[in-house]
Design a protein around this ligand. Structure first.
Ligand code: FA5
Length: 358
C-alpha cells in the first residue's frame, strides 16, 4: 500500500509540473485533490489493511495530501505570474502616445456675464437675491401697478400656466420679467404682507435679482422667448434719479470699459416714474448700424426708473418717507456686446461649437 502511495505521489507531481495554464491546473486539482482522487480511495480501502499498517498508511496519506496542496498553491502562483508576464509582453502599451484630454465643464457665457454683473454690484454694496420663475399674476403685474386689461401687459406677451379659475382667469404665469422680485425683496425686508398699516421704519435695501424670464413673442436675432434678466433695486431715504444715473453709468464703465459710449433715453414703465432706457453703442457695427441694433448704432441693455409710489407701498415702504430706483437688464444683450455675437439664438441652442469658445 505504501508503495502504491509513492507511485501516486510521483505521478501526481510529474503531472502537476506539466500543467501550464489555469485550465490544466484545475483539471489536476479535481483529479488529485477532489472527491474521487486516488488518495481518497486509499482512505476508503484502509479498512482492509492489517491493523498494524493502518497508522503508517494514514500518516503517509495525510503527508502526501498536504504536499499536494502546497505544490498546487505554488504551481498556481507560478502560472499566474507567467500569464501576467505573457500579457505584459503581448499587450504592450505605447506610453509615448498622447493621453486623452479630460473635458472639464465650463460656465455658459451668459452665466459668466451674470457673475460679472453680480461682482460689479456687490462691489457697490448690493446683495444678490433670487426669486421664483413661476409667479402669480398679482406679483408679475398687479403689485407692479399693471392692473388687468392694462395696455402695458401687451408689451410682455405672457406664457400662462394652466390653472384656470372659476371666474375664467389664469392667475399663474411664467414671469415675464424679474421685477416681481422687487416686491418679494421689499416685503422680505419690511415684513409687510400686503394688509394692514405700513411698517414703521423698514430698513433700506440694495439688491440685485438675477434669473430666467419667459415671453411669448417672436424670436429674432435680438429677442428670445426665454432669456435672463438682472433686476436691481435700491430703496432708502433721499435716493434720487442722479443716484440711478451714476450707478448705471459706473456699471457700464466697469462692464464695457471707460471708452464705451452709453446713453439714457426717456421711456415708460408702469412701475417706475420717471422711467428711462439705457443703450450701449453697438460694438458689432461700431455704431454704423446693423441687424442686431436695428440699424440705429445703439443696443438697448436695460430699462430703469424711480420706483413708483404705488410699488413702494405694495412692498411695505411709505412713499412719503422713502424713495428708490430700480432697473432690469438683459445679460444676453450684454454678452452679445462683450463677445461680438450677432445672433441671440446661439445662446440656448445647445450647440457645443458655439459654447466651447467661452
Ligand atoms: C422690463 O422687463 C422691465 N421689467 C425692466 C425694468 C425694471 C424697468 C425695473 C424699470 C425698472 P424690458 O421689457 O425693456 O423691461 O426688458 C429689459 C431688458 O431685458 C431689455 O433692455 C433687454 O436687454 C432685455 N430683453 C427684453 N426682451 C428681451 C428678449 N426677448 N430677448 C432678450 N433680451 C430681452
Amino acid at each position: 500500500m505504501l508503495e502504491e502511495l509513492e507511485q501516486i505521489r510521483a505521478e501526481a507531481l510529474a503531472k502537476l509540473a506539466e500543467a501550464n495554464d489555469a485550465k490544466a491546473l484545475e483539471a489536476w486539482r479535481v483529479a488529485y485533490l477532489g472527491r474521487k482522487s486516488p488518495l481518497k480511495q486509499v482512505f476508503t480501502q484502509m479498512g482492509k489493511l492489517p491493523p498494524e499498517e493502518r497508522p503508517l498508511v494514514g500518516k503517509r496519506t495525510n503527508e502526501i495530501r498536504r504536499e499536494f496542496e502546497a505544490a498546487y498553491e505554488e504551481r498556481a502562483a507560478a502560472i499566474r505570474q507567467a500569464e501576467l508576464r505573457r500579457a505584459l509582453a503581448e499587450e504592450r502599451l505605447d506610453v509615448t502616445l498622447p493621453g486623452r484630454k479630460p473635458a472639464p465643464g465650463r460656465l455658459h457665457p451668459v452665466t459668466q456675464t451674470i457673475r460679472r454683473i453680480s461682482e460689479i454690484f456687490a462691489e457697490m454694496g448690493f446683495q444678490v437675491l433670487r426669486s421664483r420663475e413661476v409667479e402669480t399674476d398679482e406679483y408679475n403685474f398687479q403689485l407692479l401697478n399693471i392692473p388687468p386689461h392694462h395696455p402695458a401687459r401687451e408689451m410682455q406677451d405672457t406664457f400662462y400656466v394652466k390653472t384656470q379659475t372659476e371666474d375664467d382667469t389664469y392667475p399663474v404665469v411664467l414671469r415675464t420679467h424679474t421685477s416681481p422680485g422687487q416686491i418679494h425683496a421689499m416685503r422680505m425686508m419690511s415684513g409687510y404682507t400686503g394688509e394692514g398699516p405700513l411698517p414703521e421704519n423698514p430698513p433700506p435695501l440694495r439688491v440685485i435679482l438675477p434669473g430666467m424670464v419667459y415671453r411669448y413673442e417672436q424670436i429674432t436675432a435680438r429677442s428670445e422667448i426665454q432669456f435672463t434678466q438682472v433686476e436691481g433695486l435700491a430703496v432708502g431715504h433721499n435716493i434720487t434719479f442722479s443716484d440711478l444715473k451714476g450707478t448705471l453709468a459706473d456699471f457700464a464703465r466697469r462692464m464695457f470699459g471707460p471708452e464705451a459710449r452709453v446713453r439714457f433715453r426717456a421711456s415708460h414703465f408702469p412701475f417706475t416714474e420717471p422711467s428711462a432706457e439705457v443703450d450701449v453703442e453697438c460694438f458689432l457695427c461700431g455704431g454704423k448700424g446693423c441687424n442686431v441694433c436695428k440699424h440705429t448704432g445703439w443696443l438697448e441693455i436695460l430699462g430703469a426708473g424711480m420706483v413708483h409710489p404705488v410699488v413702494l407701498r405694495n412692498g411695505g415702504y411709505d412713499p412719503e418717507k422713502y424713495s428708490g430706483f430700480a432697473f432690469g437688464m438683459g445679460p444676453e444683450r450684454i454678452t452679445m456686446l462683450r463677445h461680438y455675437i450677432e445672433d441671440i439664438r446661439y445662446f440656448w441652442s445647445g450647440d457645443l461649437r458655439f459654447l466651447e469658445q467661452f
